[in-house]
Design a protein around this ligand. Structure first.
Ligand code: GAP
Length: 439
């Protein structure tokens, strides 16, 4: 049997649309660049990943969660440096009006869109934050921003969380939520979007121990990606050297995934010093010091290790990694199969009566209801059994359970494994434990 990994993003985009994972946003109006909608299977996949991240964070005794507002006080973004510094240099092609990030193209070469040479405008600064206004009066005093990262919602709640949860250093605050960036060149499917979701955690530590904490989080985050089923040879570290370290960071590294378009950042792990809390203390005038009772009530601003992973990029990596084309070109045996880790798979099982016959459906419906108490499944009675298997393979369902005429005699079903396609007979009363062991 031959097996190919995903070769082109277009194949994945087509599968996602065909099977209900991800759709172009506002598709009936022609779509909107940089925005995507998750369909019924995509949203389940997303939920599974979010839950795994949330549990990995908050099951630690010293990490708690928040869910802060998307629109924050505009001063937040002055303090964080985004108003002045969250800027990309932008150029336009004078001929075709296509826009590019000046740092991503060769300004002395021809336009990659229309082929004209020497047509670029001078680079000008473009702030990536989406602006909006609060209240009915459109003046600059009412200007607000859609958050470009969830992190600042954590920093401004530092005192609230530390006080109410009686946290002692080291402790972390986790948040999952939408972020918005008016990217000049969105693309590569959901890799670079204008609206996306982040899963961020800020870990507050005593100054001086940040490198130790960073090492601990690097290991934990790498392991998390492997536990989701990503192949280790598709992951790499990309440490930031002194030239590309943000001005507030004293160390930073990314976890990159090998996407079809090349290696790309999926997660950043940054040692952000006391920059953010110090800035918020200065801009808000509120005291954000921590009183260290274990160190003679010394007061200081904690240092921070941040882990920041894109939910959509994690989903993209998981889908690229899971995608397999088997027996390409062999019409009878060709299949696309999404080899998701069973814990990630959106649908865990499918129950299929061999035919649309009341006796079979009676057993199948009962089995389905019984399993659905614990796992999300599909009930499929339409079309040939081969076609039904192919559909479940393509959406990554680990187990298909077929009820046939023998089932009426022996109270057993055929369980088919997605990856090996092997089939075994399992007694109806053992199916639940069979799935429990494997899911
Ligand atoms: N708080 C730190 C921060 O926001 P970042 O490197 O700008 O750092 C963190 O973003 C993660 O968010 C990235 O590693 C990536 O996974 C995701 N991300 C950033 N911009 C994105 C975009 N335009 N579309 C999708 N995901 C994005």
């Amino acid at each position: 049997m031959s097996e190919e990994n995903l070769k082109s993003m277009n194949d994945l985009v087509a599968m996602c649309k065909r099977r209900g994972f991800i759709f172009q946003s506002s598709e009936i109006y022609g779509g909107q660049g940089g925005f995507w909608d998750y369909g019924p299977l995509g949203v389940e996949l997303k939920m599974n990943v979010k839950n795994r991240w949330w549990r990995a964070m908050t099951l630690r005794r010293n990490v708690v969660g928040v869910d802060s507002a998307i629109i924050m006080h505009p001063e937040t973004w002055k303090a964080s440096g985004h108003v002045d510094g969250f800027i990309d240099p932008l150029v336009d092609c004078k001929n075709c009006k296509a826009r590019f990030r000046a740092d991503q193209i060769d300004l002395s070469a021809s336009c990659t869109n229309c082929g004209e040479s020497g047509t670029f405008t001078e680079p000008r600064d473009f702030n990536l934050m989406f602006k909006t206004q609060i209240g009915p009066v459109e003046d600059s005093a009412a200007t607000a921003y859609l958050r470009p990262e969830t992190a600042q919602g954590i920093f401004v709640n530092f005192n609230n969380v530390q006080g109410t949860m009686r946290q002692k250093l080291p402790f972390g605050i986790a948040q999952i939520g939408k972020a918005f960036r008016n990217e000049i060149t969105p693309g590569n499917f959901i890799f670079r979007q204008r609206e996306f979701e982040q899963m961020e955690m800020q870990y507050f530590v005593k100054p001086g121990v940040q490198m130790e904490a960073m090492e601990e989080w690097k290991q934990a985050r790498w392991k998390w990606h492997l536990d989701n089923g990503l192949r280790s040879d598709h992951l790499q570290w990309e440490p930031h050297g002194p030239d590309n370290l943000a001005h507030y960071a004293d160390a930073a590294t990314d976890i990159e995934y090998k996407f079809p378009h090349g290696w790309g950042e999926m997660e950043g792990i940054h040692s952000r010093t006391d920059f953010d809390l110090s800035q918020h203390q200065q801009f808000s005038g509120k005291n954000l010091n921590y009183v260290d009772q274990l160190d003679g009530n010394k007061k200081y601003i904690p240092y921070v290790i941040e882990t920041s992973v894109g939910l959509d990029r994690t989903i993209l990596a998981l889908m690229c990694d899971a995608y397999r084309l088997e027996n390409a070109g062999d019409k009878e045996n060709e299949r696309v199969v999404m080899k998701f880790h069973p814990k990630i798979a959106p649908i865990k099982f499918a129950v299929m009566p061999l035919m649309k016959k009341p006796q079979l459906e009676e057993v199948a419906t009962k089995l389905f209801a019984d399993l659905q108490e614990n796992y999300l499944g599909e009930y499929d009675v339409a079309g040939s059994i081969g076609k039904r298997y192919r559909r479940q393979d393509e959406i990554g369902t680990p187990f298909c359970l077929t009820v046939d005429f023998d089932s009426l005699e022996d109270n057993s079903v055929t369980v088919r494994d997605r990856d090996t396609m092997t089939q075994e007979r399992i007694s109806l009363d053992k199916v639940k434990s069979y799935l429990a062991e494997r899911l």
